[in-house]
Design a protein around this ligand. Structure first.
Ligand code: F6P
Length: 508
């Protein structure tokens, strides 16, 4: 591949000072350097040929055009419309979805201007209704000059009451607002946690009208939210054509706007929109999400890799790998293709955490373990604090990031087998010019589009998640058996002998 620059950010200020590394690509000022993937010119040509055979360009067009690419649920995957700041019509079965989306933007902006004297926001939601906003709130808190309203933002996801107890020990009930986020509005963790919060507000002396004033919902099930008792003008809708893990761009991202202002939320959407334009329009050979997807496919074909890691050298992005885990593994962790036949490849296990901390944890295995684990190193050019030490520390952070990639690629010979580094361990470097709402949006959309591209290459539907349902069904009779308190529960159709023994032990 030759060096190639594609900037789809409208009126982009060119943040790319200096010469890009040979063979690197850029979009929206994000640089992708795949030089350590070990893929030669011929390898790339074959990969792009594979992409053409898989009709990847057609898939991308279909996705943006609102075709029903989520076949099992007979829906489109139109999350890109949620960040379509151009407001150009996006037709879903002949109807433009943009007026409904812009109406929600207007309501979010109005709400941002309305909240005064709020000390605490409790965001209740799990999975896709949690990771995106939680990651964004955390990440943007590190932007040195960000304009923050300074509310305490609490994220309540787990049914484990530890999280609930921690939040309630800090929140001030009379100045708390609660945002219940659930696409289905039936998720048990979320509805039970919401009931617990309402009970806490009541027990803290809030009147019914104060509670009504405090409660908000974000959902695709408006009826469910109303039945829960949320006032209609406190319900922010989104739609069934937005997958939960792709939903941070909808009102699910409300905390971002409430804490950092609507303008920041718009910048977040703008970064994602710019990355969408790139994904939609750039040729395969210079298309960042496509190149990243093909690099992973190459490592699957060549080394049969079963895991890959995403290591952001940015503490602000510590939540990024968790967000990515749901994105990749819930989207593509499937054994059956769209044609109902066994899929040749599927999502590898994804893991990671912030560098340089991660180096002091599992990097030993990266360097000398028997498995090859490709890595996405994600670095930010500008330091993420305005501390006087920032420049010096940041240099060390970056040098560690670069050194790890080099050590992994080349390895080291030594007469002592214990000190041999085999090398040839593939990695990519993604470099953001700085971490702000715009580039955070661009980064998340880059990975969303890469996940979709991988699904297309593997012939997997990336937009359903049937595999998460069975365990939820089985939990019901088990909960009933635990509630019975009996230590003589017998195995039956829904509880097998092993689980019955565990229930009996817990109940004894
Ligand atoms: O159980 C998995 C899942 O359905 C995810 O796909 C989703 O992000 C999460 O649960 C939460 O769902 P909801 O937003 O409907 O509460």
């Amino acid at each position: 591949m030759s060096s190639n620059t594609v900037s789809d950010k409208p009126n982009a200020i060119n943040k790319l000072s200096g010469n890009m590394p040979n063979g690197a690509h850029t979009a929206v000022d994000v640089v992708l350097d795949t030089a350590y993937q070990g893929i030669d010119q011929n390898g790339w040509s074959q990969l792009f040929e594979t992409a053409r055979k898989a009709k990847l360009s057609e898939f991308i067009s279909d996705m943006f055009a609102g075709k029903h690419i989520n076949q099992s649920e007979n829906r489109p995957a139109l999350h890109s419309a949620l960040r379509n700041l151009s407001k150009s019509p996006v037709l879903l079965d002949g109807k433009d979805v943009m007026p409904d989306i812009t109406d929600v933007w207007r309501r979010i902006e109005a709400l941002c201007n309305k909240w005064v004297g709020v000390t605490d926001v409790i965001h209740i939601g799990i999975g896709g209704s949690d990771f995106g906003p939680r990651l964004s709130i955390e990440a943007l808190a590190h932007v040195p000059d960000i304009d923050s309203r300074g509310m305490r933002m609490h994220f309540l996801a787990n049914i484990d009451t530890a999280e609930l107890a921690r939040i309630l020990a800090r929140a001030l009930p009379h100045s708390t607002r609660v945002v219940i986020v659930s696409k289905s509005f039936t998720t048990l963790e979320t509805t039970m946690n919401a009931k617990a919060i309402v009970a806490w507000l009541k027990a803290s002396g809030c009147t019914k009208s104060q509670i009504n004033k405090a409660l908000f919902a974000v959902t695709a099930n408006v009826t469910g939210a109303k039945e829960f008792g949320i006032e209609e003008d406190h319900i922010f809708p989104f739609w069934d054509w937005v997958g939960g893990r792709y939903s941070v761009w909808s009102a699910v991202g409300l905390p971002i706007a409430l804490q950092y202002g609507f303008k920041t939320f718009e910048e977040f959407l703008a970064g994602a929109h710019a990355m969408d334009l790139h994904f939609k329009n750039a040729p395969l050979e210079s298309n960042l999400p496509v190149i990243m997807a093909l690099a992973l496919l190459y490592q699957q074909e060549k080394h049969d890799i079963k895991a890959y890691a995403a290591i952001p050298y940015a503490d602000a992005l510590d939540w990024f790998p968790k967000w990515l885990q749901q994105l990749d593994m819930e989207s593509n962790g499937k054994s059956v293709g769209k044609d109902g036949k066994p899929a040749k490849h599927s999502s590898p296990v994804v893991f990671g955490s912030a560098g340089s901390n991660a180096q002091h944890s599992y990097f030993q295995l990266f360097h000398q373990g028997p498995e090859i684990i490709p890595i996405d190193f994600i670095a930010v050019r500008k330091p993420m604090s305005d501390r006087p030490e920032a420049e010096a520390h940041h240099r060390i952070l970056l040098s560690n990031c670069l050194a790890q990639a080099q050590a992994l690629a080349h390895g080291k010979v030594d007469s002592n087998p214990n000190n041999v580094y085999p090398g040839k361990r593939p990695s990519s470097l993604l470099l953001l010019p700085e971490l702000n709402a715009f580039y955070l949006g661009a980064l998340l959309a880059l990975y969303e589009n890469r996940t979709a591209a991988l699904g297309a290459l593997w012939n997997i539907n990336s937009f359903d998640q049937p595999g998460v349902e069975y365990g939820k069904v089985l939990a019901k009779p088990i909960e009933k058996a635990l509630a019975s308190g009996s230590d003589h529960v017998a195995a039956d159709d829904s509880v097998d002998a092993i689980t019955a023994a565990r229930i009996n032990f817990l109940n004894s």
